[in-house]
Design a protein around this ligand. Structure first.
Ligand SMILES: Nc1nc2c(ncn2[C@@H]2O[C@H](COP(=O)(O)OP(=O)(O)O)[C@@H](O)[C@H]2O)c(=O)[nH]1
Ligand SMILES: [Mg+2]
Length: 341
């Protein structure tokens, strides 16, 4: 007679991958909006930088639980943290589905390994992996040629061509053609604007496992240092965190919540010159605003978030971080009212 225990309900989990700025978080926000009524979903976001920003972009509401892992990639530096973090999230939120957004610079193979480990398989059911791609990346040889980028696509079940509104028609056509010729073929290729994809694609059951072509690929060695040793946050002295990996530098700041940044700060950020990513939340005189810049395109959103202002810059070269910090602080005025007002 079998003494096996009743099998546990395994929680469907999807990876949402893709290069920096292709619209992973936007897609997750859209999927959350379209989740079946009454379902509770948990989101795990892995940020390359040390300062978590995405958690603030998700409006906290009932039925959504967000957890962030910052300061590296879950494929390597944070590999040991993935399993316990997921287990805690499952325990805490008891979600009906989990979506994981790995950093756009991370190789997906390590995450697949962790998710397929005996520690996690009793609890999670790995469903379709969505990889987002911006057709304009076809014109960016250093991205196109990178093993990480190729394996994000290689390991995906569903390829989403996103930001098709920004790509010239012929590039979108090339991307469709490229997608149709992938081997092994994808279960589905969909086109999207603002990550509007049908949640049905999440349950396309995986037919076997797509293989990484570059499983041992890690172009980086991680060196993390911090600009400030003490974590004491005052209006005069923000917390600064610097990290280096994958040939990229990330610098992040947390500013005291008494600081208010006028609109000029956004023009200052626009003027910083080339950066892969500039993302921040700021307390402004008009409320809290999310600034999100990919290459040279910036968007601003009003946020319900109220905690502290923070910023993260990812570039392929060292910038004058002191100058940027001083520049930002020049804009700020100090108030002593609660950030919640
Ligand atoms: N025009 C346009 N902008 C988009 C689209 N998808 C995302 N974005 C914007 O691109 C920026 C980066 O998106 P985000 O979801 O944060 O990218 P992630 O780094 O992959 O998570 C944000 O400003 C989004 O609003 C799209 O289809 N069209
Ligand atoms: Mg994101």
């Amino acid at each position: 007679m079998s003494t096996e225990k009743q099998p546990l309900q395994r929680i469907p989990l999807n990876l949402i991958t893709g290069y920096l700025g292709v619209g992973k978080t936007t897609t997750i926000l859209n999927l959350l909006n379209r989740r079946p009524e009454g379902e509770k979903w948990a989101i795990l976001v892995n940020e390359f930088g040390h300062i978590g920003i995405d958690q603030e972009a998700f409006e906290l509401e009932e039925g959504i639980q967000v957890k962030e892992l910052t300061g590296g990639c879950v494929c390597c530096t944070l590999a040991g943290k993935l399993t316990p973090t997921l287990m805690r999230l499952i325990h805490l939120a008891q979600p009906d589905r989990i979506l994981v957004e790995p950093t756009g610079l991370g190789h997906p193979a390590g995450i697949f390994d962790a998710l397929s480990s005996p520690d996690l398989t009793p609890f999670i059911d790995l469903r379709a992996t969505l990889c987002l791609m911006d057709p304009r990346l076809l014109e960016t040889p250093e991205v196109l040629g990178s093993e990480t980028f190729q394996d994000q696509i290689n390991m995906a079940d569903v390829l989403v061509l996103n930001q098709t509104d920004l790509a010239p028609a012929e590039l979108s056509r090339d991307a469709r053609e490229h997608a149709a010729n992938l081997f092994p073929p994808k279960q589905q290729v969909v086109e999207a604007v603002q990550g509007q994809v049908d949640p049905k694609v999440l349950d396309l059951v995986r037919e076997g496992h797509f293989q990484a072509r570059f499983p041992a690929y890690h172009e980086h060695s991680h060196h993390h240092s911090s600009g400030t040793d003490s974590d004491e946050l005052t209006p005069e002295k923000p917390i600064r965190r610097l990290g280096r990996a994958y040939g990229r530098v990330s610098c992040g700041w947390i500013f005291h919540s008494d600081l208010v940044f006028p609109e000029g700060v956004f023009r200052f950020l626009d003027s910083l010159g080339p950066a892969d990513r500039v993302k921040g939340v700021f307390r402004t005189p008009e409320g809290w605003v999310l600034y999100n810049r990919v290459n040279n395109e910036a968007t601003l959103y009003q946020l319900a978030y109220r905690r502290d202002s923070r910023l993260e810059i990812i570039t392929d070269q060292e910038l004058d971080w002191d100058h940027i910090e001083d520049g930002l602080l020049t804009f700020a005025t100090t108030v002593s009212s609660s950030p919640h007002s």
